[in-house]
Design a protein around this ligand. Structure first.
Ligand SMILES: Cc1cc2nc3c(=O)[nH]c(=O)nc-3n(C[C@H](O)[C@H](O)[C@H](O)COP(=O)(O)OP(=O)(O)OC[C@H]3O[C@@H](n4cnc5c(N)ncnc54)[C@H](O)[C@@H]3O)c2cc1C
Length: 493
């Protein structure tokens, strides 16, 4: 009987689990090393809503991923289409045309078949009715290219992938921190792993690194993202400290992508230093396109309605970090209260409410009250009342003449009660990473593949610059994780 090739996967989030599953399906003997204890498994992937961006032509494609949609669902929903061209264009546009075209093409063209593969293995998906479609005239219309999420969100996704990996015989070792790659004349031949303070080397034929970015390493993020980033809060796991990156760079891997850039959002001011699984992504505050955002001077500083939130949220956290005291206030009136996402109604929210704007200003700690009231008056006067408000489309209801424009969804703030939510910068993941090719193989400084070394997910560079289309992180991990696992198994054989 032929001996199964040995593959070690480092990191048990979405990318690592997809790699482990695909390597096991390809006949490899797979060991997955996860630094966290079992109860904290899944890295950043567990903290997600499980939303996954996928290219689809129409309802028929959606039905391959959500075959249990009822007639009632189909009748009340306009899924539209989000074809490969639209996904590719969105990725190119928000990354200012820096995204590596070959990696982007691979991500986009394999998104649907990869989610179908996940579904075929037992991962279930549902439409994101609450967050990505508003009901207008009895019909939900999806917008922003983000239509599906895994059942049970991030925890559900990780649970289901973990069960599939177990079923396929993947040997998962928790509390096992990979610290170095072992190399020989044929390339990578093992992984040094630390359990407690004890170290051992696991010999293998190929390694897939899927150990996340470096956002939880305060020293690295200050070094690479720049001054001030030490003050950001981390939205997810505390375990993604750049270990996988360091291990690969130590053996000559080439770094790639936007090492000074990161995905960062508006996040509750009083959230803890790292994510809290009991709250998940509830600390995020993503309904700002419906209101205004001001700093402690009372001034607006971003175009809240520049685009659907999926295309602006990942870059606005950095803008908040640049404001005095790294603080901003999102302000809404009662007209849009029913449209605010669920995360505005959790009990762990930093919120002020009043029946007058003056009363609200008095409750916003540290704000320049006169500056705030002047900003609101100027904004209210500029709102283009001639255009009808419609949150399902870019309605063009703007604020002509303002230095900081609001391009869509501009509503006057005039109907009490008024609410304000205090936010700071919440760092999701870092954009810089390892250079891989479309086979997910890691390249060295001479741009030659490193034999036996593959990488996937958050720790790869080249796709995301400055910004990111929401829901691409998980799809990126799944697409390249699946490729990495399969290639690692077959190359080793
Ligand atoms: C709050 C929040 C919400 C998000 N929502 C979404 C969303 O809805 N949709 C979306 O697409 N993206 C979302 N993202 C981004 C998404 O989480 C990431 O893009 C994706 O999960 C990255 O997957 P990964 O497998 O590469 O990394 P991770 O899921 O972070 O997995 C990396 C794993 O490696 C382990 N590890 C690290 N170092 C070592 C080591 N030395 N040895 C062994 N193991 C190690 C970690 O413990 C971790 O388990 C969100 C992120 C956060 C924080």
């Amino acid at each position: 009987m032929p001996i199964a090739p040995k593959v070690v996967v480092v990191g048990g989030g979405n990318a690592g689990l997809c790699a482990a599953i695909s390597a096991a399906e390809s006949g490899a003997d797979v060991t997955l090393l996860e630094r966290s204890p079992r109860e904290l498994r899944g890295g950043n992937s567990t903290f997600t809503a499980g939303a996954m961006r996928v290219a689809y032509e129409g309802t028929d494609d959606i039905l391959t991923l959500v075959p249990d949609l009822t007639e009632h669902d189909l009748a009340r929903t306009d899924f539209g289409s989000y074809d490969e061209g639209a996904f590719f264009d969105d990725l190119a546009r928000v990354t200012q045309f820096r995204a590596d075209p070959e990696l982007a093409e691979t991500l986009v063209s394999r998104s649907l078949s990869t989610l179908q593969w996940m579904r075929g293995n037992g991962v279930r998906f549902v439409p994101i009715y609450g967050r990505q479609a508003y009901e207008v005239n009895g019909k939900f219309t999806f917008w922003g290219g983000l239509t599906l999420e895994a059942v049970g969100g991030g925890p559900g996704l990780v649970e289901s992938l973990g069960q599939i990996a177990d079923r396929l015989g993947v040997k998962t070792r928790f509390n096992s921190r990979a610290v170095a790659l072992d190399t020989g004349k044929d390339g990578v031949q093992g992984v040094v792993v630390r359990t407690g303070w004890e170290e051992e080397t696991i010999a293998c034929d190929a390694v897939v690194l899927a150990a996340g970015g470096f956002q939880s390493n305060v020293e690295w993020r200050t070094r690479y993202l720049g001054p001030g980033w030490d003050l950001a809060k981390v939205r997810g796991t505390s375990y993604n400290t750049g270990d996988g990156l360091r291990m690969a760079l130590d053996i000559g891997a080439s770094p790639a992508g936007n090492w000074s850039g990161a995905h960062a959002v508006q996040w509750d001011l009083n959230a803890p230093e790292y994510g809290d699984l009991a709250v998940g992504d509830g600390f995020q505050k993503h309904s700002y396109p419906l209101g205004i955002v001001v700093n402690n001077r009372g001034q607006r500083f971003v175009d809240e309605g520049a685009d659907f939130r999926n295309y602006t949220y990942a870059k606005y956290g950095a803008q908040v970090l640049e404001q005095p005291n790294q603080v901003a206030w999102q302000v809404f009136d009662a007209k849009v209260d029913h449209l605010l996402r669920d995360e505005y109604r959790i009990k762990q929210v930093s919120r002020a409410e009043a029946d007058t704007l003056e009363g609200l200003a008095a409750k916003l700690d540290g704000i320049d009250r006169a500056g705030f009231l002047a900003t609101v008056a100027e904004y209210n006067a500029a709102v283009d009342q001639g255009v009808e408000f419609n949150p399902n489309v870019k309605d063009g209801r703007g604020t002509p003449g303002l230095d900081v424009p609001k391009t869509n969804w501009a509503n006057t703030l005039d109907t009490p009660p008024f609410k304000a939510f205090a936010v700071t910068c919440g760092l999701t993941f870092t954009f810089g990473g390892l250079r891989i090719d479309t086979d997910a193989q890691v390249l060295d400084g001479d741009l030659a593949p490193i034999p036996g070394l593959y990488a996937a997910g958050e720790m790869t560079g080249g796709l995301f610059y400055f910004n990111y289309p929401g829901g691409s992180g998980l799809t990126n991990g799944s697409v390249f994780g699946r490729i990495a696992g399969e290639r690692a198994a077959t190359a080793a054989r």
